[in-house]
Design a protein around this ligand. Structure first.
Ligand code: AMP
Ligand code: MG
Length: 404
């Protein structure tokens, strides 16, 4: 049997990073920027109004009060999007909207609330200091400023900034594309009627979400029955579009193990089947199909997702240059005594209580108990050589992201 660390290394070596590439903003969220970004234009791009109101020369409205308003003719109307820039003559006002370009000669904007709001002449009741309610070109970002740095993970606000600067693409470390194949002749898609002996297919939606949660993309989520020709047809159809293939099921010791039957048990068809000293998730496979890396996971839902957590998630995140490829780990005080199998690193579902720093096992260790994994907030990481973990032990846990 190989250790968890050995198989983690094998999977990490299998998945290789892409060279940095220009990527449309719509695909760049969550990826790592590969190059600094310098502003090609200033922000704001031009002097514009911060309010709906009237553009004026400040000196024309210095005496304005509620009792003695200043009345000016409204000589022009400037909505946002107007592309000719008018000139404001002394002693006049232009009606102007938020974001519209300031007319040449205007030095302040009087908000509509401080006026009578008319469009032929306007009575202004409040004076405006020079510069009031004007957003000046470059006051947010002078052109040429480095606004984003290589290595930063792209957030929604960063995408907004890039778009505001007129950039249609960013140079990033590309997303890994993952094909998720479920196998099993007993599987029926959720929503369809079940016949006796059939079960609902649950690994593909779960693993696909885990792939996306890791920051990678899903190519497709087909299901193949336990039939070598069917499984091979699915591979033929999708494998070339993927950077990584993940299968679930068909790798145990029984008959009708379609993944093992397809690749052969000897390892001479590109995929090697191994036993990893862990529970759940002992039967694993790893290799290449026509040049595309493949990791074959066991079919039990808990085994499949825990295997993804242990082997695939960190490797995918590393290949995308993402920070913290590993789930955050911490130590917690175990509230109960747990037993663990000899010679296997056990990953049990747990509930961590951040208020007390304690953790309890959650549900039985069996790998079909998906219910408990669904609401666990951590995995308990019990070392290989341990047969019993007494209550009070300081145990390592993996924070699954729902610990609050
Ligand atoms: P296998 O690894 O194919 O022997 O499957 C182990 C167990 O997991 C069996 O009880 C299967 O029915 C179940 N199983 C395998 N694949 C899936 C799947 N995609 N969705 C739900 N259960 C599955
Ligand atoms: Mg099966």
């Amino acid at each position: 049997m190989r250790s968890v660390e050995q198989h983690q290394r094998a999977v990490a070596e299998l998945i290789t990073a892409h060279a940095p590439a220009a990527t449309p903003l719509t695909d760049a969220h969550g990826l790592v920027l590969a190059r600094d970004v310098t502003a090609p234009v200033p922000l704001p791009v031009f002097d514009n109004s911060a309010m709906d109101g009237y553009a004026v020369r400040a000196q024309d409205v210095v005496s304005a009060t509620t009792e003695r308003p200043v009345t000016l003719p409204v000589a022009d109307d400037i909505p946002a999007g107007r592309t000719d820039i008018p000139t404001l003559k002394p002693g006049t006002a232009h009606r102007i909207m938020t974001g519209a370009p300031l007319p040449v000669g205007a030095t302040a904007v009087v908000p509509v609330e401080d006026t009578d709001g008319r469009t032929d002449t306007v009575s202004i009741r409040v004076p405006a200091a020079a510069g009031r309610h004007i957003r000046h070109a470059g006051e947010d970002v002078p052109a040429g400023t480095t606004v984003l740095r290589a290595g930063q993970v792209i957030t929604p606000a960063m995408l907004g900034l890039a778009a505001a600067l007129g950039l249609a693409e960013l140079t990033v470390i590309p997303r890994q594309r993952v094909l998720v194949i479920s196998t099993g002749s007993e599987l029926v898609p959720p929503g369809a009627p079940l016949r006796p002996g059939q079960i609902y297919e649950s690994n593909s939606v779960m693993l696909a979400a885990a792939v996306r949660d890791a920051g990678a993309a899903v190519v497709a989520t087909p299901t193949a029955g336990d039939d070598v020709a069917q499984f091979a047809a699915v591979l033929d159809r999708y494998a070339a579009d993927a950077d990584l293939i993940i299968t679930s099921g068909g790798v145990s010791a029984g008959a009708y193990e379609v993944v093992k039957d397809t690749f052969g048990r000897s390892g001479d068809r590109g995929v090697e089947f191994v036993k990893v000293a862990m529970q759940p998730g002992m039967p694993q496979g790893i290799g290449q199909v026509a040049g595309t890396p493949i990791v074959t996971l066991p079919g039990n839902p808990v085994s499949a997702l825990v295997s993804f957590e242990v082997f695939i998630r960190p490797a995918l995140r590393r290949a995308m240059g993402l920070p913290d490829p590993q789930r955050p780990r911490r130590t917690a005080t175990l509230t109960e005594t747990l037993s663990s199998p000899r010679g296997k690193r056990q990953f049990r579902r747990g509930l961590f209580d951040p208020a007390t720093g304690t953790v309890s096992g959650y549900g039985p260790p069996g790998s079909h108990h998906l219910r408990y994994l669904a609401t666990a907030n951590c995995l308990l990481d019990i070392p290989e050589d341990v047969l019993e973990v007494p209550a009070g032990t300081q145990l390592q846990i993996w924070d699954l992201g729902s610990v609050r």
